[in-house]
Design a protein around this ligand. Structure first.
Ligand code: PMP
Length: 277
């Protein structure tokens, strides 16, 4: 496998991450996961912009210009002959003696990128999934795509241990998002999702879904959804780069709508399929 380290493509065994990398020690860094369809990076500009924003929010300078990074990522996909899959990009604040304070300008952030397998969850997309509720115990800057994913990891494992597909996080009675997905409910034909504030990650798939709604006359609103109104949802679904759009047919033991993927959800899946190769 070929791996991007800073601006160089190397073989995987030529890349070694230092024991004092701040990403490794503090989770001090940011990341992106991008989808590859038919050899093309999907919504690459949006992902690069979000990476730049995340870095800016944690006061870190990316080691490459975005246009150079874009070129290298395209080369990475091509050198690894990725047809359908994903690319992981991570930037840490770099290597320095372990100390909480920032290491200063002489230390260059460390960027790595490499391909990940990315298979669509076809079965789940078609049949829908069950999710379970987990307290949202994350910090209050969930808008930053940071490497600190401990609660996301804990919540996801709790969901899997209970035999469900995803953890639906809730804070003060409102549904924020999934452990690695955004959440939507449909009521009387309108699609609702949590406002893009500090409590959720503004998903690229979420932005595409909003665009698809507005271009196709599907009413859409950013609004808090409450866990105790879940039985009044006609439909629900989750989205991410990796899973695209997956219907939610059960929250805990409560059946959503008719317990099968709803019409608005299926329409959005179809519209999404049309914008991906
Ligand atoms: N929320 C969280 C917490 C996530 O980790 C992800 C996946 N990156 C998403 C939402 C969905 O974002 P995207 O559509 O950009 O993959």
């Amino acid at each position: 496998m070929r791996v991007l380290l800073q601006d160089q493509l190397l073989n995987r065994d030529e890349v070694a991450i230092d024991i004092e990398d701040r990403g490794y020690q503090f989770g001090d860094g940011v990341y992106e996961v991008m989808r590859v369809y038919e050899g093309q990076l999907f919504t690459i500009n949006e992902h690069l912009e979000r990476l730049a924003r995340s870095a800016d929010q944690i006061r870190m300078k990316l080691p490459l210009r975005l246009d150079v990074l874009k070129e290298r990522l395209i080369e990475l996909v091509s050198e690894n002959s990725v047809q359908n899959g994903a690319v992981y990009v991570q930037v840490s604040r770099g290597v320095s003696l372990r100390n909480h304070s920032f290491p200063g300008d002489k230390v260059t952030p460390v960027l790595i990128a490499y391909p990940l397998p990315g298979k669509k969850p076809a079965q789940e997309q078609q049949n829908g999934v069950q999710v379970n509720l987990v307290d949202d115990m994350r910090w209050l800057r969930c808008d930053i795509k940071s490497l600190n994913l401990l609660w996301n990891v804990m919540a996801k494992q709790e969901a899997l241990d209970k035999g469900t597909y995803e953890a639906l996080l809730h804070r003060d009675g409102t549904i924020t998002e999934g452990s690695s997905t955004n959440f939507y409910a449909v009521k009387d034909g309108t699609v609702y999702t949590h406002p893009a504030n500090n409590l959720i990650l503004n998903g690229i798939t979420r932005m595409k879904i909003i665009e698809l709604c507005s271009e196709n006359g599907i009413p859409f609103m950013e609004k808090e959804l409450y866990i105790n109104e879940r039985t009044s949802f006609d439909e629900a679904f989750i989205s991410s780069t990796t899973i695209e759009i997956v219907p939610v047919t059960k929250i805990e033991e409560d059946v959503i709508g008719e317990g099968k993927p709803g019409e608005v959800t299926k329409r959005l899946q179809e519209l999404f399929r049309k914008i991906t190769p």
